[in-house]
Design a protein around this ligand. Structure first.
Ligand code: GRF
Length: 192
């Protein structure tokens, strides 16, 4: 069975994008949306044969106009889910309205702790004993939408920022495909 078309939005390295693309999921990545023309994720998509839409938001007069263009391209490809994977902008009303409860994000902390940028470093600098990863629904706020799943890890006594970063990404790469699979399997029972 061929599942729904999904889109992934990313701005950077794209390791989560790559993991989603290579996971055994009942869906098809119809489009990668990227707002940074130099982002390494674009090359990853090219190698994987996944169509990419690179748009510089500065070329649009308003955020709404930028999102209208994205929305048009998503609708053209009958995209029914959007997964953010290191997409460094807030989603606005245009896309949220078009995809209620269908825009999902992954974040490298146990939200509501350490939202925003550099979350792994923030947690490390604060010397927390436990941190982790959150997958959540996207709303207008910065990493504020309802939590779908979280997975935690204990920070080791000899942990470095580098080792913690690697461990967090390992969790992300396991958790995000699992959650996507779960959401797609229960799609027909989700309330909008
Ligand atoms: C990940 O840590 C993700 O949780 C956060 O941005 C990072 C993106 O990494 N939102 P990558 O581009 O997927 O490697």
């Amino acid at each position: 069975m061929v599942g729904p078309n999904i889109a992934v939005f990313a701005s950077g390295t794209g390791s989560n994008f790559e993991v989603i693309a290579e996971a055994d999921l009942d869906c098809r990545i119809a489009l990668l949306v990227c707002d940074k023309p130099q982002a390494p994720v674009i090359q990853k998509a090219y190698k994987l044969g996944i169509e990419t839409l690179v748009l510089d938001p500065k070329q649009f007069l308003t955020k709404a106009a930028y999102e209208e263009k994205i929305l048009f391209e998503l609708k053209e490809r009958q995209v029914s889910w959007v997964f953010l994977a290191g997409y460094m902008r807030l989603i606005g009303g245009t896309l949220l309205h078009a995809y209620p409860k269908r825009i999902i994000n992954i974040h490298p902390s146990l939200l509501p702790d350490f939202p925003g940028k550099d979350s792994i470093k923030q947690a490390f600098d604060k010397k927390v004993n436990t941190t982790g990863v959150t997958v959540h629904y996207v709303d207008q706020g910065m990493d504020t939408g309802p939590v779908i799943a979280q997975r935690s890890l204990e920070v080791n006594p000899d942990e470095t920022l580098e080792s913690l970063t690697i461990r967090i990404h390992e969790i992300e790469h396991a958790l995000y495909p699992e959650v996507i699979r779960m959401l797609l399997e229960h799609e027909d029972r989700l309330e909008v």
